[in-house]
Every structure is written in structure tokens, then in C-alpha cells.
Ligand binder design. Structure first.
Ligand SMILES: *Cc1c(COP(=O)(O)O)cnc(C)c1O
Length: 394
């Protein structure tokens, strides 16, 4: 039995996996067990921002492993304090709660928002407003605010579902606010939904609406944050600040870790006993977070993303002009989508690219998604475009 057959025998069939078995990585390249090389424009779904086998990052984790991996949250540990400090300083928000995944960061943010409203008036029932085609994770709470119906259907009781508004339609959100609304949650750039950046007036409008009604604004920056859009956090490009922000994916660059970060207005809402996690904020995960922030600074990641992101954007624009099968190009920084015409299936292009040693992802409705490691260089982009063109032509 080969690896693939063994995997299908023992791993629950919740994914249609591509038929390659990955073994190791270096920089922006991955290698499978047969040593075939792949240029990676997926980063393990926008996770490996610093690329594979980053020596300093690996060494920090090895050192921490020899010291202490886990303590529980009953005690303090130095890496969590250091990582928390770096997040607070870089976000300008007030307090952090570490989780083990993006989904759990969303869960925490939802609980905080409900409690914030409940403290003002415990006699009411509360609901959130979320966006159509938004994605926030797979637990029941995270699904309750996830806009894609097929993810929710049959999975959660109807009663806990949020009210959904049209992304980038401020009037629609305004019309859906009522006395039960406790928070509005949105991605700044919709990732899974197909790479749709928010409009400037939408985000600033949401901020005003939330201030007006004293409800919380939650930005999910799990995919679009951590430098991906050419700013440390995507909302910085819009000048609209959240009350709560969620982070994960590139936050630990490979080690499973997430966080929700709250502003002063609501950072004291959750009190001892309200929320917890055994692993969350453990020294190994937070050592990774801490090192990620150090390396972002040392390697000037955000400036680099601005530069190469512009280049990638231009190249994808050229492709869009050149090929009728490409319907639209959307994106910014190093998160881009090419929506294809119906007659070409994104999955077929991705499969073909894989055969040619290029990893790209899909998103939303027949859209190719490009989320390379943030350390990518222009020549990697040229290499990707040339392979992609071969695939589109054939
Ligand atoms: C991936 C993602 C999540 C879920 O994160 P997990 O770590 O998979 O639980 C939530 N929100 C957004 C925007 C995401 O891209």
C-alpha cells in the first residue's frame, strides 16, 4: 500500500486531496517524497509567510523545545508575555488572548461581543451581523457567522446563525442593525470567499455605525493580516480600527496558534472563568509568534510585500488582458485572485499547475488564489507566471 492509499484508509475523508505527498520545504519551494520540486504560491493556506526552513525561526523553536513546551494557563510563561507585548504594541489594541487556531480566535471574539452587550442589558438576546461569502472557520460558533451556506447547512442549529448582509454594501448593513445586534464581523479582504477587498467607505462606514450604536466591530484578519496586504494589518490601509481583531495563519508561521485582540473599550469584558484553553498561549506556540514579529521587522517584510505585491498585481493584470478565459483579477499585496470564465475550471488549472511543479489554491467561485510566502522575489513571480501561462494555454 502506498502513502496515498494508506491515507485514504485511515484519514477521515473530509478533503479531496491532491495526489502528492509533501516531505520538506526550503524557502518558497516544497519537495514531495519523490523529491519533485514545487514553487509554492499557497504557503499552506497563507500560513508560511517567512518561507520554509527559516533557520532563525527553526532555531528559536528548537531552543524553546528544550526549555519548556507547555505550562497551561494557570501560570505565567515568558514567551507568551513577550509575544503578547509585541502584538499589543504593533496593533495599538489593548489585550490579547491566545488560541490554537483561527476558528478558536473567532469563537473567543464572538463570546466577548455577546458578553459586552449582555453586560449592558442582560434581559435581551443578541445576534451578530456577518457578511455573505465571508469565512470565519468550522466550529459551530465560527460557522454561525460564516456566510457560505453550504458550510453551515446541516451543521448548526438554525437559531445560532448570524444575520447576513452583503459585503461592501453599507446600506444593507445599516438596515439590518436592530436592538439585538451586538457586533458586526467581517474580513477586511474576503479570502476563502474569492479574494474580495473591502471598499474604503464600507469599512469606515462600519466603524461609524458601530460607534453610533455602541456595538463591537470585529475584523477577521486571520488570512489578510500579518503583512499579507502590504501593511502589518489590512485595516491600517483603510484607517478604520476594529474593537476586536482575530489573527492566526501567518501569526505562528506554521506552529498552530491564533489570537483575538481587543481594544481598551472591551478588553476587560472577559473575566476569570469566562473563557479558557489548555494549550492556548503555550510557550512553544508563543515563542513562534514572538520570533515571527522579530523576523518581520528584521527582514522588512511589510515593505517587501508592497514592492513584490505591486509587481505580482501588474503581472496578473497583464494575464487578465491577454486571456479571455480570465474574467477578473482582484487583490492587493500578496493576496490575489483570478476569477475564471465558467468554461474553464479552476480545479483543472490547479491540477495542471501541480503537474508542472507549481502550487496555487482556489477560492470562492472558480477563482485561482495566489498567497505565496511573503519572502517571495520577483524572479519567483516570473517563474510562476510562465508556468501558469503554459497551463492556461494547454
Ligand atoms: C482560515 C481562516 C479562518 C479559520 O482558521 P483555522 O485556523 O482554519 O481555524 C478564519 N477566518 C479566516 C478569514 C480564515 O482565512
Amino acid at each position: 500500500m502506498n502513502y496515498q492509499q494508506q491515507a485514504e484508509k485511515v484519514l477521515m475523508k473530509t478533503y479531496n486531496r491532491f495526489p502528492i505527498v509533501l516531505d520538506h520545504g526550503d524557502g518558497v519551494y516544497l519537495y514531495d517524497v519523490d523529491d519533485k520540486k514545487y514553487l509554492d504560491f499557497g504557503s499552506g493556506i497563507a500560513v508560511f509567510a517567512l518561507g520554509y526552513n527559516q533557520k532563525e525561526y527553526n532555531q528559536a523553536l528548537k531552543d524553546q523545545m528544550d526549555k519548556l513546551i507547555h505550562t497551561s494557563n494557570l501560570y505565567y510563561n515568558v514567551p507568551a508575555i513577550e509575544a503578547g507585548t509585541k502584538i499589543v504594541e504593533s496593533t495599538g489594541l489593548d489585550k490579547v488572548f491566545f488560541t490554537n487556531s483561527g476558528t478558536e480566535a473567532i469563537e473567543g471574539a464572538i463570546k466577548l461581543a455577546r458578553k459586552y452587550a449582555y453586560e449592558k442589558d442582560p434581559t435581551k438576546e443578541y445576534e451578530l451581523i456577518a457578511m455573505e461569502h465571508g469565512f470565519h472557520g468550522r466550529s459551530q460558533g465560527a460557522l454561525s457567522v460564516t456566510g457560505t451556506k453550504k458550510y453551515r447547512e446541516g451543521m448548526i442549529p438554525k437559531g445560532i446563525s448570524a444575520v447576513f448582509a452583503t459585503f461592501n454594501d453599507l446600506e444593507d448593513v445599516k438596515n439590518k442593525i436592530n436592538e439585538k445586534t451586538c457586533a458586526i464581523i467581517t474580513e477586511v479582504v474576503q479570502g476563502e470567499g474569492g479574494i474580495y477587498p473591502a471598499k474604503q467607505e464600507f469599512l469606515t462606514g462600519l466603524r461609524e455605525l458601530c460607534d453610533e450604536h455602541d456595538i463591537l466591530l470585529i475584523f477577521d484578519e486571520i488570512q489578510c493580516g500579518m503583512g499579507r496586504c502590504g501593511a502589518m494589518y489590512a485595516h491600517e490601509l483603510y484607517g478604520a480600527k476594529p474593537d476586536v481583531m482575530t489573527l492566526a495563519k501567518a501569526l505562528g508561521c506554521g506552529v498552530p496558534v491564533g489570537a483575538f485582540v481587543a481594544s481598551e473599550k472591551c478588553s476587560h469584558t472577559l473575566v476569570p472563568g469566562d473563557h479558557g484553553t489548555t494549550y492556548g498561549g503555550n510557550p512553544l506556540a508563543t515563542c513562534a509568534v514572538s520570533k515571527v514579529y522579530d523576523l518581520f521587522e528584521k527582514l522588512n517584510i511589510v515593505d517587501h510585500v508592497k514592492e513584490v505585491g505591486t509587481y505580482l498585481g501588474e503581472k496578473l493584470d497583464v494575464l487578465t488582458q491577454k486571456y479571455d478565459m480570465i474574467k477578473e483579477h482582484r487583490g492587493l499585496g500578496l493576496i490575489h485572485g483570478l476569477e475564471l470564465m465558467e468554461q474553464v475550471k479552476a480545479q483543472d488549472v490547479i491540477q495542471k499547475a501541480l503537474e508542472h511543479g507549481l502550487i496555487i489554491l482556489s477560492a470562492g467561485n472558480n477563482t485561482l488564489r495566489f498567497v505565496p510566502p511573503l519572502i517571495i522575489e520577483q524572479h519567483h513571480i516570473d517563474e510562476m507566471i510562465s508556468v501558469l501561462e503554459q497551463c492556461l494555454r494547454s
